[in-house]
Write a protein of this length. Structure first.
Length: 94
């Protein structure tokens, strides 16, 4: 899948800024997380990012996420928006 660099979200409290950049073919997903709640929820945040991208067919990318206490639903929304922008594939259309 062809990717371009894209981002979604903000650095406001309760949100997450997600940037997706192309990875090399076969490299898999690399998730870099900077979070105010990483000690308690870092593993869960990374899992939500991974599951969302995998479900959208994004398999080789570098993800930089700066979290400010976002809920899982917000994380999924931001990752999906960034993936749509990176791939050009609109997942909301039938």
């Amino acid at each position: 899948m062809n990717l371009k660099t894209a981002h979604a979200g903000t650095l406001e409290s309760g949100d997450i800024l997600v940037e997706i950049t192309p990875g090399t073919a076969g490299s898999g997903l690399s998730i870099n997380l900077d979070s105010t709640v990483a000690s308690r929820f870092g593993k869960q945040i990374k899992q939500v990012i991974d599951e969302t991208l995998t479900g959208l067919g994004v398999t080789d990318a570098v993800v930089d996420a700066t979290d400010k206490g976002a809920l899982d639903c917000t994380i999924r929304a931001r990752v999906t928006a960034a993936a749509v922008r990176a791939t050009g594939k609109d997942v909301w259309k039938d």
